[in-house]
Design a protein around this ligand. Structure first.
Ligand code: NAD
Length: 367
């Protein structure tokens, strides 16, 4: 998502408000507690569709302005992700400033939970980088506005299988858009990163008869994909330029840049990794100019969010999978908008998300 340019020096009050105005944020909450050392920021971007849901990231930010910027950038991304997934959810995100290994404690997480509770459901939290389901159990002791809990506590458990299913649906929709047929039988697919999501995706692809190439820094993951799903191992450097039909990034974000997009030989880029494009405008356009079908990451990987949302409304795993299946239609809609408006698919997805928010704003304009 676009950077918040206005908060680029000392985070004075004026600059924070200028940043909020620029991105149209609703509210920023600063949470401070001397006894536990809690320093947290909750950024609520937009609640037109429903309460803002977004995980709590704990990170040793070098400057407070970096923490504010991260919370604002990520919360805006959550607004679009929830909207395009068709959920009655807005976008928000929390960051706790500190080293999770050194500064985290039961008291700190529960104090954070008190702050979440004080927002009366306008913000729903979950785990993210630097926080765990155990931390969310502490948060839950102070508020019900938390999701991503273990199954034993009524939660949905690991969202990765649902995320992988949505990614698989997005790949099939992309195949339909590119070749007029969504069958992946005989298609070659390169999966970069075979962790929790990537491995489930490999399983789906294998069942459908795709030819699968895999790469990972974990030797044991590669071995499992080769032995269980007939995957072919490839070195990391060769992965992007591999002559395949589909490239599915499922490791870390920020992967696609000006240099390596030039080396892509595939016709489809569709994978679960977050923030795949280093710059959504420049690199979204570069991919489009190459005639590649790019399934926007925040649309195709929304299964995880759909999973935790179903937890909030009473978790039923089948319901989460059924709702995730709709990613297929959404991806097709996005290719349609991109082609009609001659814009890249990342921007088309944002447009689709904004359209839904605008239309619901009208629906909610009367009591
Ligand atoms: P994971 O940590 O289980 O798997 C990531 C895999 O990528 C690991 O096997 C790791 O060894 C590998 N990897 C890391 N760096 C690599 C590199 N340089 N080259 C090759 N392999 C590398 O994570 P995950 O839960 O499977 O998530 C994968 C991606 O999907 C992440 O970007 C994540 O943010 C995104 N995502 C996940 C979910 C979910 O439900 N888990 C939901 C939405 C988005």
């Amino acid at each position: 998502m676009a950077e918040i340019q206005t908060i680029n020096t000392a985070a004075t009050q004026y600059e924070i408000f200028a940043g909020l105005e620029h991105t149209n944020h609703e509210q920023i909450v600063f949470c401070q507690d001397n006894a536990t050392g809690l320093k947290a920021i909750i950024a609520i971007h937009n609640t037109i569709l429903g309460p803002g849901l977004g995980g709590t990231r704990m990170w040793m930010y070098a400057h407070e302005k970096d923490a504010i910027r991260d919370a604002m950038r990520l919360s805006r991304g959550m607004t679009y992700k929830a909207s395009v997934a068709g959920l009655n959810l807005g976008g928000a995100k929390a960051v706790i400033i500190g080293d999770p290994k050194l500064h985290k404690s039961e008291a700190l997480m529960r104090k954070f939970g008190r702050f979440v509770e004080n927002l009366h459901g306008k913000y729903i939290t979950a785990e993210d980088v630097g926080t765990t389901t155990r931390d969310m159990e502490y948060v839950k002791m102070e508020t019900n506005h938390v999701v991503g809990l273990p199954e034993i506590m009524g939660g949905g458990g690991d969202p990765s299988p649902v995320t992988a299913y949505g990614t698989y649906m997005g790949i099939k929709a992309s195949a339909k858009a590119a070749w007029g047929n969504d069958s992946l039988h005989g298609k070659s697919v390169a999966v970069l990163g075979i962790g929790k999501v990537g491995m489930h995706l490999v399983e789906y692809l294998h069942k459908e008869g795709a030819r699968i190439y895999v790469s990972d820094i974990s030797e044991s993951a590669i071995q499992a994909a080769v032995e269980n799903h007939g995957a072919i191992p490839v070195s990391g450097e060769d992965m992007i330029g591999l002559d395949v039909d589909i490239f599915a990034p499922c490791a870390l974000g920020g992967l696609l840049n000006t240099e390596n997009i030039g080396r892509l030989k595939c016709q489809i880029v569709a994978g679960a990794a977050n923030n795949q494009l280093e710059d959504e405008k420049i690199h979204g356009d570069l991919i489009r100019d190459k005639g590649i079908f790019y399934a926007p990451d925040f649309v195709i990987n929304a299964g995880g969010l759909i999973n935790v949302y179903s937890e909030y409304t009473g978790y039923v795993r089948e319901k989460a999978f059924a709702q995730t299946e709709n990613i297929y239609n959404t991806i097709l809609d996005i290719y349609g908008i991109a082609s009609e408006k001659k814009i890249n698919t990342q921007l088309a997805a944002i447009e689709l998300a904004e359209r839904r928010i605008q239309s619901m704003m009208h629906v909610h304009s009367t009591f």
